[in-house]
Design a protein around this ligand. Structure first.
Ligand SMILES: [Zn+2]
Length: 255
């Protein structure tokens, strides 16, 4: 059977007999691995579709045990990502994140569309592209079933308006905002990961969640906010999704 699908290449590697194994995030079939004998080095239309940061259409033969890409054609190349180190590093973390959170054969069309929006925005943004990655990740948490609790204390259910004075805290280990009393309790545990950000954590999450990705093409976060958001999201995605894509990005920060 031949299937035709839109997709984004996540990674590829050489296998035997001059063939490559490519992992594609397809819109209709989710993530899938397929062999191909398309020569990536050639200048053919199909070869261009195997490049990173390319949105393409693929004709894939579905055999009994494996997929094989027969032909491909580029729908859109976000080539400008490769021309800027910040865009490139951010988009690489994005690919690493996607590859990690997607399960083979599980279609996630909304996440696919969001991914295209992300690539588009990174390719044209004129601010720090990392903000786009934060927005993308926050938006995916709900789709992946690991949205943080922001409506009430994740431990006792108290509403944030009853938290009293002081900054709102966020417990990564519990998965949401936490009231001062529960945070006090929690701190005694060895496993607690409580953040007390210098900004309103609920507002920031809601902002990332509610605005289209495009909004963040022009947003530059203050360096201290950026650092805190990055650390919080790195811990959160590590804990709930087993991803360390943000950590590798963190290593790049020049302090
Ligand atoms: Zn509480």
């Amino acid at each position: 059977m031949i299937i035709n699908t839109e997709g984004i290449v996540l990674r590829q590697r050489k296998i035997a007999n001059n063939r490559r194994m490519i992992v594609i995030f397809t819109k209709q079939y989710g993530k899938l691995s397929a062999g191909t004998s398309i020569n990536e080095k050639s200048r053919s239309k199909a070869a261009l579709a195997l490049r990173p940061f390319t949105y393409a259409e693929y004709d894939i033969f579905k055999g009994r045990e494996a997929y094989s890409v027969n032909s491909a054609s580029v729908s859109k190349s976000f080539y400008s990502i490769g021309e800027d180190i910040d865009r490139f590093m951010t988009a690489s973390s994005f690919i690493e994140y996607l590859d990690k959170v997607l399960a083979e054969g599980e279609p996630m069309p909304k996440l696919f569309d969001l991914s295209l929006d992300f690539l588009q925005s990174v390719s044209v943004c004129n601010s720090d592209p990392e903000t786009l990655l934060f927005a993308f990740i926050v938006k995916t948490l709900g789709m992946l079933g690991v949205a943080p609790e922001l409506g009430c204390c994740v431990n006792c259910g108290k509403k944030p308006e009853d938290f009293g004075e002081g900054r709102k805290m966020f417990s990564v280990s519990d998965g949401g905002i936490i009231c001062p009393e529960c945070a006090q309790e929690e701190k005694r545990g060895a496993d607690s990961l409580i953040y007390r950000p210098g900004f309103d954590i609920i507002d920031v999450f809601r902002y990332f969640e509610s605005k289209p990705i495009k909004t963040f093409e022009k947003v530059d976060l203050k360096p201290e906010v950026r650092k805190e958001v990055r650390e919080l999201l790195a811990d959160y995605t590590d804990r709930y999704l087993g991803v360390d894509a943000l950590r590798s990005l963190k290593g790049l920060e020049v302090q």
